[in-house]
Unconditional design. Structure first.
Length: 285
């Protein structure tokens, strides 16, 4: 179906999906961008509909394959005029692809965790960009799951999807209260690390192999009492300048990659194979 009028009800509904309350009521989310759509489909996501505008395509060779996959999955397909796609696009520089589909969070009890699992726990993270960046780092570090506690930002916010670069679909994400998450992790013999600037031990001075959960709180308030009291260890990242804290997503990345370093050194995890650079952007492959 071709859409040429910006007053089309389908387009108005997508605009409304920018609101958390509308997303919650409809159980729907927006996935915009070539990379985000590609990664969602690669990890089994089944959209309800795809809206595309060839005039905005960046590569003019792979976008049609995404549309074709959506057709095979039974999604409705809408070809938009440039004006219509501009109305629904969340990105400042749209690339002509936007899917609408179901939420992706799972129940805490449905998480399937392997041996030596590395888990990230966030509590009351406020900014969608921070949550999305934590998901991106979690994917890169081979994290088994992310547990979002006492959320103050919607996991399905378009900014979360964008900041995660589509890794929201590659890492299982569960929502829970802090008390529920603590009980879940302790019942599975996880060592729980609370990241706090008030800890005595540094993050690289503690063992991070085995079942480990790294808990991080909001930048302004840090972790609540439940995590501070329930953690097995409290650790801090050394701050050598005048700044007294890091962005929470930067702190998460540092903590996770120390765990990766230790796991590779201990033979628990394998380093990915070296891929020489041949002067081309890997995203253009």
């Amino acid at each position: 179906m071709e859409l040429t009028s910006t007053s089309n009800p389908k387009l108005k509904h997508i605009v409304k999906l920018r609101s958390c309350s509308v997303r919650e009521e409809a159980g729907e989310m927006i996935v915009e961008g070539y990379r985000e759509c590609r990664r969602a489909l690669d990890h089994g996501y089944k959209p309800f509909a795809i809206f595309h505008c060839p005039e905005f395509y960046l590569k003019n060779e792979n976008e049609d394959s995404i549309v074709g996959e959506c057709v095979k999955l039974g999604a409705e397909v809408y070809t938009c005029s440039k004006q219509c796609f501009t109305k629904i696009a969340y990105k400042e520089r749209p690339d002509g692809l936007l899917m609408v589909g179901p939420h992706v969070t799972v129940k805490l009890e449905d998480l399937v965790l392997p041996e030596n699992a590395l888990v990230v726990v966030t509590e009351a993270i406020e900014k969608p960009g921070n949550l999305g960046t934590i998901l991106r780092s979690a994917d890169a570090a081979g994290v088994s799951a992310v547990i979002v506690c006492n959320r103050t930002t919607d996991i399905h916010n378009p900014n979360v999807v964008r900041a995660s670069t589509g890794t929201l679909f590659s890492v299982p994400v569960a929502e829970a209260t802090s008390e529920e998450a603590l009980a879940f992790l302790k019942s599975r013999n996880f060592k729980i690390l609370a990241a706090t600037p008030h800890a005595e031990e540094l993050h690289f001075q503690v063992p991070l192999t085995g079942n480990v959960a790294v808990a991080l709180g909001a930048e302004q308030y840090g972790l609540g009492k439940a995590w501070m009291n329930g953690a097995d260890l409290r650790v801090r990242i050394p701050m050598l300048g005048i700044a007294d804290s890091l962005n929470v997503s930067a702190a998460a990345t540092i903590m996770l990659y120390e765990a990766v370093r230790q796991r590779i050194a201990a033979g628990v995890a394998e380093a990915p194979a070296f891929e020489p650079w041949h002067g081309e952007n890997v995203h253009d492959k």
